[in-house]
Structures are given as structure tokens and as C-alpha cells.
Design a protein around this ligand. Structure first.
Ligand code: GA4
Length: 337
């Protein structure tokens, strides 16, 4: 955390952070890129998930039109009059949110729409109870999440194959289950010109550091930088992720860490505001059904190896998550000491 004598009042409740500098050679991070249709991709997925808990998917086959249509709808929504946006909020946890994240005082330089998704089998669509501002945005989200959930299930199948586990759908079935807990989030980080009045090394928190609770999250953003990940093996050093509007970034969540008994690790990540350009990101979170037992896949436990975690369900985790702060380690309470 950076302490400054004069913080602009608009940033009062938002924490500042020490940000890696673009010219800083030590901050370079070559994000692993995986083409899921290429031979050997399953091993590449597992390798990236083990080393970083993070990688990007290229040549993904999701039509550009589907992505562009949703981005245009999102930009239109966030540009609409404040009372129209407020009519879809406040997020609790679903709906339109402005600066407040979760229920326990976390704040960031962003506004967002958080939606629950319905659906097992081959489809996923915005849940009827979710507050969506227009039918055109709803249609664009439905088309997008159908494609991106397919990508998430392919990634989970690749994880299973790369780990040498059977059956092929051991993980993906948790997400395609009719009762699965899938969430979709669209974030808008407005440009933050106030940043220009702060020292160069200072960043303004867009979305504070955290791990994602689910199995995997699939993120796509416009061409604006801001996402950073903490490296597993370098004292959690923060490195910026160069934006790539044509790729999808996959983030390993706490659930996948538990299901692989810690072999794949969730990655801490955060977003830092940009002084000049707005950032728009859309993230699909692949979570299991509330009753799903969160126990390591039996084939991953070697002879005599015990689970690192006590028995719990996704419902137990989620209840605890909503009592936590964003930056908390949400798996600690479930660990066997
Ligand atoms: C982090 C990942 C997803 O954005 C999210 C977030 C959720 C929310 O915004 O409501 C949480 C956060 C996230 C984890 C801890 C709790 C819940 C805010 C918060 C402080 C939608 C999710 O599933 O968990």
C-alpha cells in the first residue's frame, strides 16, 4: 500500500498500490499461450496451470462477432444515464454495482454488472431472476456465454487429460450440471485521469487482489492494460499481463486447487486503473452446484496421500466467501492443519 500526503478526494475510499512499471525489465511476463486444438495442448494446459495458474487460449474459434456484439452492448449500457444503471442495482451480490465489491467494504475504480446464469446440458443463459437492462444485452450475453462455457469445458477436459485422470468429464461435468453455479461479470474501469497527479509508481485499485472461487474463470478484455497476476514462485511478485483482445485468459480458481489437491494453484490477480483509456472486461466463472463435494479427484491422491482439505461443499465455501474480504485467503479455513 502506498501512503501519500495528498490523495485526490475522488479516490478517498480506494486504496493505492505500488505498481510494476512498464519499463521495468523485471516485470516482464511471457503469458503461456495454448491452442487447444493442437497436439500436446493438454500437457501445455496442465503445465501453465501448475506454474502460473494462468494462461491464454489462442485460435479459440469463438466468433469475433459474438465478442464484439457483447462489448458494444456493454459499452452502451455503461454510457447510459446513471439512474438507468442504478435501476439494475445495487449489486447484492447480483446486478449493477458501482465501486463497491462484495458486502464487506472492498472498493475499486470500476462499475460492473454481475449476472447469474442458468443451465446445464449444452446451454447457459442469463437466469430469469438476474436484473438485465435490455433484451439486446441479454441476447448478447446468452450468445457469448454459450460459446465461452464451451471453451471452459474444453479447458477442464484438457486438465483431466493432462493429469492422466478418467473419465474425460470428471471436472467439466461439474460445470454442465443443471444445478451448477455459473456467474458472469462485465466490468467497466473508467479512465482515471487523477492518476496523472500521483507519482508514476502509484497505481489506483481497479479491482483489488484476490483469487477466484470457482474452477476456472475465462476473461476477455478490450485492448486496455490493467490486469496483473502474482507469480507463484517468486514471492508473489506482481507482473502486468499485456492485453490481447483476440484471446481469452484462463484463471485457475480455488475450486480447481482443491479438486487437484493443490497440484494446480489458484492465482492471485488484480486490476489497476488506467489514466487515459477505459477498460472493459467480461468474465465467465465456472462454478459447481451448491451440493458438490469439494474433494480431490481420487485418482490424484497417491498411495496413502491425504486430502489437504477437510470435507466441504461448494455451498459451504460460497457462504464463507460472502463473509470474507476480497483479498482474504478463502481456502485457509478449509485446510487440514
Ligand atoms: C471474486 C470473483 C468474482 O468476481 C465474484 C466476486 C464476488 C462478488 O463480486 O460478489 C466476491 C469475490 C468474487 C470473492 C469474495 C466475495 C465474493 C466479492 C467478495 C468480497 C463474482 C465471485 O464469485 O467471487
Amino acid at each position: 500500500m502506498v501512503v501519500l500526503a495528498a490523495k485526490p478526494p475522488a479516490l478517498d475510499q480506494i486504496s493505492l498500490l505500488r505498481s510494476p512499471q512498464p519499463g521495468d525489465a523485471a516485470s516482464f511476463f511471457g503469458v503461456p499461450a495454448v491452442d487447444l486444438s493442437s497436439p500436446g495442448s493438454a500437457l501445455a494446459v496442465v503445465d501453465a496451470c501448475e506454474r502460473f495458474g494462468f494462461f491464454k487460449v489462442v485460435n479459440h474459434g469463438v466468433p469475433t462477432g459474438v465478442v464484439d456484439r457483447l462489448e458494444a452492448e456493454a459499452v452502451r449500457f455503461f454510457a447510459s444515464p446513471q439512474p438507468d444503471k442504478d435501476a439494475c442495482g445495487p449489486a447484492n451480490p447480483l446486478g449493477y454495482g458501482n465501486k463497491r465489491i462484495g458486502r464487506n467494504g472492498d472498493m475499486g475504480w470500476l462499475e460492473y454488472l454481475l449476472l447469474a446464469l442458468d443451465g446445464g446440458g449444452h446451454a447457459a443463459s442469463v437466469a430469469k431472476a438476474s436484473p438485465v437492462p435490455s433484451s439486446s444485452l441479454r441476447d448478447a450475453v446468452n450468445q457469448y456465454v454459450a460459446a465461452v462455457r464451451g471453451l471452459a469445458t474444453s479447458v477442464l477436459e484438457a486438465v483431466v487429460e493432462g493429469l492422466g485422470v478418467a473419465p474425460r468429464d470428471a471436472l467439466s461435468a461439474m460445470v454442465t450440471d443443471a444445478a451448477s453455479d455459473q456467474v458472469f461479470r462485465i466490468n467497466h474501469y473508467p479512465a482515471c485521469p487523477l492518476l496523472q497527479r500521483l507519482p508514476d509508481s502509484c497505481g489506483v485499485t481497479g479491482f483489488g487482489e484476490h483469487t477466484d472461487p470457482q474452477l476456472v474463470s475465462v476473461l476477455r478484455s478490450n485492448g486496455t492494460a490493467g490486469l496483473q497476476v502474482a507469480l507463484h514462485d517468486d514471492d508473489g511478485r506482481w507482473v502486468p499481463v499485456p492485453p490481447d483482445r483476440d484471446a481469452f485468459f484462463v484463471i485457475v480458481g480455488d475450486s480447481l486447487q482443491v479438486l487437484t489437491n493443490g497440484r494446480l494453484k489458484s492465482v492471485r490477480h488484480r486490476v489497476v486503473a488506467n489514466s487515459l483509456k477505459p477498460r472493459v472486461s467480461m468474465i465467465y466463472f465456472a462454478g459447481p452446484a451448491p451440493a458438490q463435494r469439494m474433494a480431490p479427484l481420487p485418482q490424484l491422491l497417491g498411495h496413502g496421500e491425504q486430502s489437504l482439505y477437510r470435507d466441504f461443499t461448494w455451498g459451504d465455501y460460497k457462504k464463507a466467501a460472502y463473509r470474507s474480504r476480497l483479498g482474504d485467503n478463502r481456502l485457509d479455513p478449509f485446510r487440514v492443519l
